[in-house]
Ligand binder design. Structure first.
Ligand SMILES: [Zn+2]
Length: 487
């Protein structure tokens, strides 16, 4: 990629002769008393040259707002904003009309055996015709002039979304379009595009006058409608949204998430992570935190998670032993695999769903064995005071690590990678009875009942650091070996 370089005075004069003393962005003359600035028209990566062909004059006001965009991108962006400005829903038809003056022109055609001949204004062109072995529908592939394309409101009733459109526009500045848009054509030559309208719109917006299409001839509209819904519902968006975590993403990330789903290619946590960085200008740490938070919320909001009832944020009726902030730092941070993972969402190798289920189960066991029928600030009896000790800041930190080590040991996770993928795997139900035994034993340790006349034990258990409570555990014999002992 070439870096921006300074133009010499002679070169500037040359560019001015070509373009005139006007701003490339809106064509307005640049006043005599204002300095003329210069900028590249297309991204350097694409133009690939230091040629003057890629330079144009720009006024100071526009140059200041251009950011990392090229002149062409900036001009297209401003035009797009004004196209959507009135707030009315906009469809592909509106966009084609805006760019080309008209749309939905009839396309005359003739079917001859295994061929279709298309009659454009003064030319005709033949394309091979294919037949779907399942439905018998005939179709062909062709790049078609934009003015022959109309929007299929019947099969694709949604309006264009400005952010998705802009995102795809930018995507196509550096990437190729992998899959064509899908159309159908009626016997009187009405060509309607019903799938891939944002893709088509983004290409048209960036100046293309032909669109790659796969076009079906006269298929049964009702069946086509079902096929289309199926494709979009079951196999695409819906499959991503079917998982609770995906719904959480949709809630938390809103537009970012739906735009990410509109980009091409398979979808994964890593893909979304990169999208947040490249398209949303997040830092790696921010992107990671945001994805972690979505996972954490998903686990805490799970109705089967019995520990959630003991969070002060979830239950304000009385003093609670835990806060979301504490859970984040302890159980959630330590027992979930750090994002982002590469696996395609909901594929056979994506174990987030299993991980979530495993952790919800373990957290419920912790609630059942540690808190239910015990935590009771009003009664404040010895049972309650014991749970207070167990759920102290330092205690929770130390036993989270201890429990994780014990379970890793029990499941024979010997490598670092295995340990990191702790619950990110399928774990047979039968193992959870062992996990329950570990939790039971952990909470039955004598440390929690030991007299504490000086308050020293409580002080050490409340220190919210990585070592104080851990050292105390070791002194008192509360270790992995002890937990694994007689179970
Ligand atoms: Zn300007």
């Amino acid at each position: 990629m070439n870096r921006k370089r300074q133009l010499t005075e002679d070169e500037k004069q040359e560019v001015l002769i070509r373009h005139g003393r006007v701003c490339f962005v809106d064509g307005a003359p640049i006043p005599k008393d204002e300095t003329i600035e210069f900028h590249h028209i297309r991204p350097f990566s694409k133009a690939g040259t230091t040629s003057l062909d890629n330079e144009a004059p720009v006024c100071r006001v526009h140059h200041r707002r251009i950011g990392t965009m090229s002149l062409q991108e900036f001009r297209d962006k401003l035009e797009l904003e004004s196209f959507f400005e009135d707030g009315e829903p906009k469809y592909l038809d509106d966009l084609i009309r805006h760019k080309k003056g008209s749309c939905g022109k009839r396309l005359k055609y003739e079917v001859q055996d295994n061929k279709i001949v298309l009659y454009f204004d003064d030319t005709k062109q033949g394309f091979p015709l294919y037949e779907c072995p399942t439905t018998g529908w005939k179709y062909f592939y062709a790049t078609l002039p934009v003015e022959f394309i109309g929007n299929d409101k019947d099969l694709q009733p949604r309006a264009l979304r400005v952010n998705s459109l802009w995102n795809l526009y930018q995507h196509f500045q550096i990437n190729t379009q992998l899959a064509p848009s899908i159309c159908r054509i009626s016997d009187d030559g009405i060509l309607l595009l019903f799938d891939g309208q944002h893709k088509a719109a983004a290409q048209i917006w960036s100046g293309r006058s032909i669109i790659e299409c796969k076009t079906y001839i006269l298929p049964d509209t009702r069946e086509l409608k079902e096929t289309n819904l199926e494709a979009h519902g079951k196999f695409r968006q819906m499959s991503f949204y079917s998982h609770e975590l995906m719904k959480k993403y949709a809630d938390l990330f809103g537009e970012d998430w739906s735009e990410y789903l509109d980009t091409e290619g398979e979808k994964s946590e890593a893909g979304f992570f990169n999208f947040l960085i490249t398209s949303r200008e997040k830092t790696r740490a921010q992107a990671r935190n945001e994805i972690s938070l979505a996972m954490y919320n998903d686990i805490v909001d799970n109705p089967n998670n019995k520990l959630s009832a003991y969070l002060s944020e979830k239950n304000r009726t009385r003093k609670q032993p835990l806060t979301f902030a504490r859970l984040k730092k302890t159980i959630l941070k330590n027992m979930l695999l750090d994002p982002p993972v590469d696996e395609e969402f909901e594929s056979d190798t994506d174990f987030r769903k299993d991980e979530r289920r495993n952790l919800v189960r373990l957290m419920s066991i912790i609630a059942e064995e540690g808190l239910e029928g015990k935590w009771n600030p009003e009664r404040n009896d010895s049972l309650h005071r014991k749970t207070e000790r167990i759920f102290n800041a330092g205690s929770v930190r130390a036993w989270t690590a201890l429990l994780k080590d014990t379970i890793n040991q029990h499941l024979r996770h010997y490598t670092d990678d295995d340990r990191a993928h702790f619950f990110y795997r399928r774990i047979p139900d039968s193992e959870f009875k062992y996990f329950r035994e570990f939790v039971k034993k952990l909470f039955a340790h004598k440390l929690w009942d030991e007299p504490d006349p000086t308050g020293e034990l409580m002080a050490r258990l409340s220190r919210d650091d990585a070592t104080t409570a851990k050292t105390l555990f070791e002194e008192k014999g509360l270790t992995v070996l002890w937990l694994l002992g007689s179970t």
